[in-house]
Ligand binder design. Sequence first.
Ligand SMILES: *Cc1c(COP(=O)(O)O)cnc(C)c1O
Length: 332
Amino acid sequence: MAAAFGTVFMPEMAISWFDGSSWSPVEMVPSDSLTLHPGAHVLHYSSTCFEGLKAFKHEDGSVNIFRMDRNIARLNQSSQLLGLPDLDTEQVARMITQTVARFADEVPAPPGSLYIRPTHFGTEPAIGKAAVPSTMSCFFVLVSPVGDYFAGGDKSLRLLLEDQGMRCAPHMGMIKSGGNYASALQPIMKARNEVQADQVLFCPGGDVQETGAANFLLIDGNEIITKALDESFLHGVTRDSILTLAKDMGMQVSERQLTVDELLERAAKPGCEAALSGTAAVLAPVGTLIYKGQEYAVGTGGIGETTLKLRTALNDIQWGKRADTHGWLTRI
Ligand SMILES: *Cc1c(COP(=O)(O)O)cnc(C)c1O
């Protein structure tokens, strides 16, 4: 069996430290250890954020990073909202391309890829700073070769609709930060144990939002419906890419509020599809919604045609099999 997603790492990573006034020169260091003061701000007050993006090998041998600018912009935004020191955007881009270039020969061919995990966190040794930002930080770029996400089969997912609790504090939603995942863990573990759900779809107050690590899309015939951007949830780069491709294909894209009631009503119709979007899977089909002890099949309960069509369109751009008309790839 192949190694689980994200458990294999390339032996080196790019790293830089902010000492309160400037970023240290970038170094390539072994990726299996990191020395931190036990009083480091991140360990106590979760001043940490990260990104997830991928590099793809094309048939001509080139290696191409997908939507690096978008991911860097989101990392800057996460860092600012957490009160972390400002990143040097150009240095971040160089560190990403440098790390990918270092392992270019080992980037798996499609459907595999090199998963890139830039991470930024507060390192100031100051445990009294519970309500004060860290003036010091560390930024590294860790990379992990990954295989076919659907190697175990492309099964449609079961989602528990949770309309009572929420994934994280609403003002933290658009920050890709560790604490948010910790906050979603209990509801997800409970849903797995109690109703064998794969994921929880958080719908605070009946407003369909997202799962623990992916955005939610409802596809009804020619229309694709998903929550409009606000600060309560994570602005997925895959979400944006899929919506762009859907518009290219002449689909109607509706970014608006979707209630649990409307979702359940629409999902029952034949031809309706639902999917989760994120970098790891691109689009994963949703077959069943579970709400208040009842199960609702989405469309036929299987894998939707449009879901597959959109996933293929995006994969084809990533894999160099279709023209990159939106300029999403950075060739290194
Ligand atoms: C990373 C993430 C997503 C998906 O974002 P992509 O940029 O598409 O990978 C969605 N929701 C949450 C909570 C996430 O952490």
